[in-house]
Design a binder for this molecule. Sequence first.
Ligand code: MLT
Length: 396
Amino acid sequence: MKINENFFNLSENYLFSTVGAKVSAYQKAHPEKKVIKLSIGDVTCPLAPSVIAAMHRAVDDLARAETFKGYGPDRYCYGYDVLIDSIKGSYARKGVALSSDEIFISDGAKSDLGNLLDLFSADNTALIPDPVYPVYVDTNVMAGRKVVFANANEGNMFLPMPDEKVQSDIIYICSPNNPTGAAYDRVQLKAWVDHAIRHGAIILYDAAYEYFITDPALPRSIFEIEGARECAIEICSYSKTAGFTGVRCGYTVVPNTLKRGGALLNRLWARRQSTKFNGASYIAQMGAAAVFTEEGEREIAVNIDRYRGNAKRISECLEGLGIWFTGGKNSPYLWMKCPRGMKSWEFFDHLLERANVVGTPGSGFGKNGEGFFRLTAFGTPENTREACQRLGEILK
Ligand code: MLT
């Protein structure tokens, strides 16, 4: 019996597991300390009232024989019409028309990002920004796929542009970016779309943070860009938009015009999902369907504003300390340069031990992340305020 030896090419632990283990060890050794976590992008606001009400109604449906639900509907790979229609409505408000069979409901963006790779040969090359969300690299390494990197750095404000000399088949774009918070404008994204079409590549566009965009110059979906239907798949999440990190629900858009190697990718994905996936739970889907209603959008806007307030507070703190950073404007992440030339993990330890504040070391997102550090705005306003105060005290 042979196992998948590609796993030996991964770092021993997933980034956030390493951070979590370090924090637990510190907390165990210092139970009296109040540690503030601004590390993993996990939400702190409770679910919106209309989402809760919809989920309660869904539970009641499951309690009665007349309304009970088993497996989700086959037609759209277990996605319920009411949810698919609400997603179509939210795209229509961005000026993007989708048909129902282009929307695939899932248990979240992270799973879809990994699972989508089933569609592509292991011989393909993946182009992945460095630094970026580690799931992109790790899932490709697990499959033994060749990975090349797009250099994101201070010089390009962490927004690398296509390089005609670099050949790749699968291109990852995350905008607003995790971890840097940087976001592409329409012109930049059009350049990526044109590049992908020219090279016959597919863009996997991670739009998990699109709801944080306030600048109208920035697209919230790659399908706002002409040509994207011929080269892109968009992966979306309710986690950060509506606080579903624990509920689990997301969606992926695979245009039914997207063809490679003589195959319609939409059909391949439908085939993959109907074989290996049984849908997100009815309760989660009904909760998600309440998110893009008028009332739901009004309610989640309050939560997002709270996170924006945190981002503003952290930005002001970093500005006050004279620390270079990106993000925080159209993104819940702030990507700061480690002070005094410290390396990422060195600053992690410094901050944990001296201020009892946890962030995520930039080097965990790629080699270009060395010397940088990520803070999230997903904490509570009270903790964020206190963390900034502590940061100010140790770094002034
Ligand atoms: C992060 O902190 O980068 C995210 O929360 C991870 C995720 O969404 O899986």
